[in-house]
Each structure stands twice: as C-alpha cells, then as structure tokens.
Design a protein around this ligand. Sequence first.
Ligand SMILES: [Zn+2]
Length: 95
Amino acid sequence: MTTRAATMTTETVTTSDPPIRTCVGCRRRRPQHELVRCVLDADGHARVSRTAPGRGGWICGVECLDAARKARGFERAWRVRSAADAYDRLRDELN
Ligand SMILES: [Zn+2]
C-alpha cells in the first residue's frame, strides 16, 4: 500500500490571494493594490479610478507611462486604435 503525500504548497490558490494584474508599461505582474487602474470612460477620456466602469488598464505609476506609450500598452488594454491623448492626461493624474 502506498501513501501518497498530500503536498500543500504555497502555490495553492486560496481566496485570500490578492488579484494579480500586469502593468501595461513594464509588463510586470504585481498585486492589484500596488498598481493604479486607468479607465477609458464612455466619452473617451482617460482617468485614474479603481471603481469607474469601463475597460481598465493597470500601471505601476507615472514611471511606467513612457514604457506604456512605446509599447502601446493602453491601446492594447482598452482595445482602441490610439490612446495618445490618454498618456498626457494620465501623466497629470498620476503626478
Ligand atoms: Zn510598471
């Protein structure tokens, strides 16, 4: 008779694990609370909000904005053709 060891690793997903999001700039995966959520609202205005409806993109902060612009991170996150204005607007909001 073999005893199969029931391994309980730290990789076991529990409900208390924080949600993980990927920064649209540096592409690093971090817990949601370490990132800022940027939303494109129905009028096409970008803003920083955790609760606003709409498609969200996550970013570490203003330091990742340039990388996000180059990588077209928010265009990808929001599935829009161009978010050029959004980067300038978010720079103000994140500062
Ligand atoms: Zn980042």
